[in-house]
Design a protein around this ligand. Structure first.
Ligand SMILES: *Cc1c(COP(=O)(O)O)cnc(C)c1O
Length: 373
């Protein structure tokens, strides 16, 4: 009964995302021996399957944690206290990445942008020229708090340029498996993502991959690490094990999810997200609303941030959409709270879901007295 009702909710937040029925069923499987043969097979199958979405030949470590655990492991595995780090931030998640590095004693230089804008590779180039001893650059691929996607390939080019050992650490939590990212091709050093975003499974897993350069840095890095020591995860995984008891239910789901994603194909998945993002933006603008991301070259294909129109209370709008139109959208984070709302369109999403969202949005706005300009 409850499950039936849950399935009908049009959950349009940028994670956790809707979980298809066959994956929910897998998640509900009885426990097995997490050190047994069957589970070892699942671990090895998933670890291989993930490589096709990271576009890497490196190991992808499956860590039982939320996406932030993936970011924390990125930092502590390759850096030492006092290391100079350039933290590029275009929103709340960029700030979080910087805070993690600061917490562990990195010497952080911030390169902040106005929320709603993308980072400019030229600025990064200049910042690196000004401080050539910067050891690592932290960047968010897709900033979920603002609906902006950074030009990651170009950023990687300026970070790589002229330095053999400078590292690029990427928060790809809301982009991987939905927005193009080529870990090996672009020379990314640490890439982290989370299960509840583009992967159609519940929260509980972070996936992290490291380049050879990053593994070399791992050997020298002295930030404290225990649970998040990725060498432990890599070595266990090679034997079909995890160093600690994993969130097994999410593994069961991911096994099915990766099969579904492989059947659809990465190119098709990317195209679907691009088309649906275009549909979302066009529909929002047709209602007379304004996007937070003014330069649509950088508008995200997984989440759209919309400015709240004058006189409309975002909380009231969201409640009305949920209560009367069965659609849940997200509010703004941190300084954008009350100023924007966000429509998630990643993972399990089809055109029909966005039509329903836009129809509900238009009607709810009308009830609240909004008239398109
Ligand atoms: C969701 C998200 C995270 C991590 O969030 P968790 O709540 O820890 O899973 C980090 N970065 C981005 C860009 C995200 O969208």
């Amino acid at each position: 009964m409850t499950q039936q009702k849950q399935r009908e909710i049009n959950l349009r937040i940028p994670g956790p995302t809707p979980v298809p029925a066959d994956i929910l069923e897998a998640v509900g499987r009885p426990m097995v021996n997490h050190r047994g043969r069957e589970f070892a097979g699942i671990i090895q199958r998933i670890a291989e399957g993930l490589k096709d979405f990271f576009l890497t030949r490196q190991d992808v470590m499956i860590v039982s944690a939320s996406g932030t655990g993936g970011l924390e492991s990125a930092v502590v595995n390759v850096l030492s206290p006092g290391d100079k780090v350039l933290a590029v931030s275009i929103g709340a998640f960029g700030d979080r990445f910087a805070t993690i590095a600061e917490t562990y004693g990195a010497n952080v230089t911030s390169l902040p942008y106005e929320w709603g804008q993308a980072a400019k590779p030229d600025d990064i180039k200049q910042a690196l020229a000004a401080e050539p001893d910067i050891k690592a650059v932290l960047v968010t691929h897709n900033e979920t708090s603002t609906g902006v996607t950074n030009p990651l390939a170009e950023i990687a080019e300026v970070v790589r340029n002229g330095s053999v050992d400078r590292l690029l650490l990427v928060d790809a939590v809301s982009s991987l498996g939905a927005i193009p990212l080529d870990m090996d091709g672009w020379g990314l050093d640490v890439v982290a993502t989370g299960s509840q975003k583009g992967w159609m499974v519940p929260p509980g897993l972070a996936f992290v991959s490291m380049s050879e350069r990053a593994w070399q840095a791992h050997d020298r890095a002295t930030m404290p690490r225990f649970y998040f020591d990725l060498a432990k995860h890599r070595d266990s995984q090679a034997k079909g094990q995890t160093p600690f008891t994993p969130t097994m239910s999410v593994f069961f789901g991911l096994d099915i999810a990766l099969r579904r994603m492989a059947a659809e194909g990465l190119e098709s998945i990317i195209t679907r997200h691009r088309n649906i993002a275009n549909q979302t933006r066009a529909g929002v603008k047709a209602l007379g609303l304004e996007l937070l991301c003014q330069d649509e070259r950088y508008a995200s294909d997984t989440v759209t941030a919309v400015k709240a129109p004058e006189g409309i209370d975002v909380g009231e709008l969201r409640n009305l959409m949920e209560d009367e139109y069965n659609t849940v959208v997200a509010g703004g984070q941190a300084k954008l709270s009350g100023k924007i709302f966000r429509i998630g369109h990643l993972g399990l999403v089809a055109e029909e879901d966005i039509r329903e969202t836009l129809a509900g949005l238009g009607e709810a706005l009308g009830k609240l007295g909004y008239k398109a300009a």
